[in-house]
Design a protein around this ligand. Structure first.
Ligand code: SF4
Length: 99
């Protein structure tokens, strides 16, 4: 799975680092930083989910499951999608601009 830490929400309770010290470090004031890129292997999932659920300000955000093969397919699909023609009436609908 993947997680994200919103440091603007963190209130420095330190619970996350207690539950999952391999994924959260605390600064001198107790505010958390994410260790790594937020990818959590299955073996650490329970500890990180406990940190996520116990965070009193919900600063740890579940980003879904990490499936590298799906990510590669999605990236390929995005690259294959044609760019909209900026000189058509349809492009005005996409941008929300109306004359
Ligand atoms: S448990 Fe939440 S509020 Fe506490 S240090 Fe971790 S992220 Fe910050």
């Amino acid at each position: 799975m993947r997680i994200r830490l919103d440091r603007t929400l963190c209130d420095g309770f330190g619970i996350c680092a207690k539950h999952a010290p391999d994924y959260f470090s605390l600064d001198d004031w107790g505010y958390a930083s994410l260790i790594g890129d937020g990818t959590v292997p299955e073996k650490d999932r329970d500890a990180v989910m406990r940190a996520l659920l116990d965070c009193p300000v919900h600063a740890i955000i579940y980003m879904g499951e990490h499936r590298p093969e799906d990510a590669q397919k999605d990236a390929a699909a995005i690259q294959e999608a044609p760019e909209p023609d900026p000189n058509t009436d349809d492009s005005e609908a996409i941008s929300g601009f109306v004359r």
